[in-house]
Design a protein around this ligand. Structure first.
Ligand code: NAI
Ligand code: 15L
Length: 265
């Protein structure tokens, strides 16, 4: 099933640039938005710069869209003043615009930092209650709650992706657990866009790594089956990076360095 017009927010970011290459296979028109430069529009692309904090701009952005892949926002731990407009006001603006424009499906880039204060020695379900590890994780937990409200009240369906670490390759020992390849990211986003009757579902975005901290059984209806694994990278990472101090909170908790980072302490 091909979409007519998909909207990709955060299209200038790391994952946005990956999905910009990959989503045209699944839609006729790909609308790209960001506050950062998007470059020239290729055939079948539309570039629409917009600030998530600008409600009028968001309303115009959602016009004529079949579904949204919402990656835009602050993606690391930052002072509250930076998180608030992009991730709190921005997520609200996105859903209000979706409601007013009749858009019925959102794929929301949530984060493992919603649950960053669970321990690395436990496996948690994909719908585990939030234990955010900072203002960033807190803002993503808020986004998931917005998604739930807009389903219950307005029937807008969302799959919230609690993404682990999606980069070209895993970068450290923690990412041997949390890594998701770009190919698996594409599989996950496509499944989240097309699965039926998702309501609001949370699912963890992770590849089929040897030891993962998250169990996607509660999200089996999304039909996401990862094919990649961090295993081929393990030997080199274990050779190049020392094991962490077991008393370090960044080693104890799933959120890694985020648990002790930024303005919160
Ligand atoms: P990124 O920081 O490279 O991209 C985010 C984009 O959002 C940037 O291009 C930025 O300009 C844009 N943005 C920020 N504030 C904005 C605003 N007020 N209005 C409009 N656009 C704004 O992050 P990345 O890695 O591409 O991640 C994409 C999404 O996935 C983010 O929401 C991030 O929180 C989430 N995520 C990513 C993970 C990863 O491993 N890459 C892990 C977990 C979650
Ligand atoms: C995230 O949520 C960030 O957006 C990304 O840059 C990584 O830090 C990732 O989590 C992670 O936990 O590795």
């Amino acid at each position: 099933a091909k979409f007519h017009r998909l909207l990709l927010t955060g299209a200038a970011g790391g994952l946005g640039r990956e999905l910009r290459r990959r989503l045209p296979a699944h839609c006729e028109i790909l609308r790209l938005s960001d506050v950062a430069p998007l470059g020239d529009a290729a055939p079948r692309e539309e570039t629409r710069p917009a600030d998530l904090a600008d409600a009028d701009a968001m309303l115009a952005l959602l016009h004529g869209v079949d579904a949204v892949v919402h990656l835009g926002g602050v993606s690391t731990e930052q002072p509250w003043a930076a998180i608030l407009p992009a991730n709190i006001v921005g997520t609200y603006n996105l859903y209000e615009a979706a409601r007013k424009q009749g858009v019925k499906r959102v794929v929301f880039a949530s984060s493992n930092h919603v649950t960053g204060f669970y321990r690395q020695d436990e496996v948690i379900p994909a719908n585990a209650p939030p234990k955010p590890d900072g203002f960033y994780g807190l803002s993503k937990a808020f986004g998931e709650d917005v998604a739930q409200l807009y389903f219950d009240r307005h029937g807008i369906e969302t799959v919230s992706l609690r993404i682990g670490s999606s980069f070209a390759t895993p970068r450290d020992r923690r990412m041997l657990h949390t890594w998701m390849s770009f190919d698996d990211l594409e599989r996950l986003v496509l499944a989240a866009l097309t699965a039926k009757d998702v309501g609001h579902t949370t699912i963890c975005g992770v590849s089929a790594n040897p030891q993962v901290w998250w169990d996607n059984a509660s999200a089996a209806h999304i039909g996401y089956v990862p094919r990649d694994s961090s295993a081929p990278f393990a030997a080199q990472i274990e050779r190049d990076t020392p094991p962490g101090d077991p008393a370090d909170p960044a080693v104890i908790y799933q959120g890694g360095a985020f648990v002790k980072q930024g303005p919160a302490r």
